[in-house]
Design a protein around this ligand. Structure first.
Ligand code: TMP
Length: 210
């Protein structure tokens, strides 16, 4: 077991509110890491293509009030478990993963829906922990300036404000807060530098759990 974790890949996570530029940056980061010769793959949560993912997709697209918030939370969590087993196997064999949203999205969005913080955190426990969380942070006002929010359930200003406040409550040592008002190129460079450093530093460390 020890041997298979030598020279493992890194688990690099991007988090942020809707319209923080996360998805664009994840794609840029993936390409730059490939250009540097890194063995790297991409995943995102929710992954809407699985059976559980389809239920999540319907939930996000509907706007009717959801009463079973805890069971919805657990579906998002289950969606992580169903993919992470394979992802961890590949990380151990040397593939680096850039992942767009994860457990922290689960926690901050469910908290914004009124669920208890400690309950939300507990439900994510034992999932693999990212080596670094690149948190793209910008004010809700600045996010809204980027054009209309989309039509999905959570894309509303007041809700996004709560989400942002909740993210700020979760920041830990392995988080980097990135000022998302910078230019696309400036952000991309910071993310690349931090990712290359993380890949180097994680190589011979065991993968932690949340
Ligand atoms: P996306 O826009 O990145 O595809 O994310 C879909 C929405 O799902 C986004 O508003 C955040 C929300 N979400 C949760 O509520 N719980 C979760 O566990 C995850 C990963 C996302």
């Amino acid at each position: 077991k020890e041997k298979s974790e030598k020279n493992r890949g890194a688990f690099i996570l991007l988090e942020g509110c809707d319209r923080s530029g996360k998805t664009t940056q994840a794609q840029l980061l993936l390409q730059s890491l490939k250009d540097k010769g890194q063995n790297v793959e991409f995943a995102r949560f929710p992954e809407r293509s699985s059976e559980i993912g389809k239920v999540i997709d319907q939930y996000l697209k509907s706007t009717t009030n959801e009463k079973n918030l805890k069971s919805m939370h657990l579906l998002f969590t289950a969606n992580r478990w169903e993919l992470m087993e394979d992802i961890v196997k590949k990380i151990k064999k040397g593939t680096t993963y850039v992942i767009d949203r994860y457990a922290y999205s689960g926690i901050v969005y469910s908290m914004a829906n009124g669920l208890d913080k400690e309950w939300c955190i507990r439900m994510e426990s034992n999932l693999p922990k990212p080596d670094i969380v690149l948190f793209l942070d910008l004010s809700v006002e600045d996010a809204a300036k980027r054009g209309e929010y989309g039509k999905e359930r959570y894309e509303k200003k007041a809700f996004q404000q709560k989400v942002r406040d909740n993210y700020h409550q979760l920041i830990e040592d392995n988080w980097k807060v990135i000022d998302a008002t910078q230019t696309k190129e400036e952000i991309a460079k910071q993310l690349l530098d931090l990712s290359l450093k993380t890949i180097e530093e994680s190589k011979n460390k065991p993968i932690q759990t949340i």
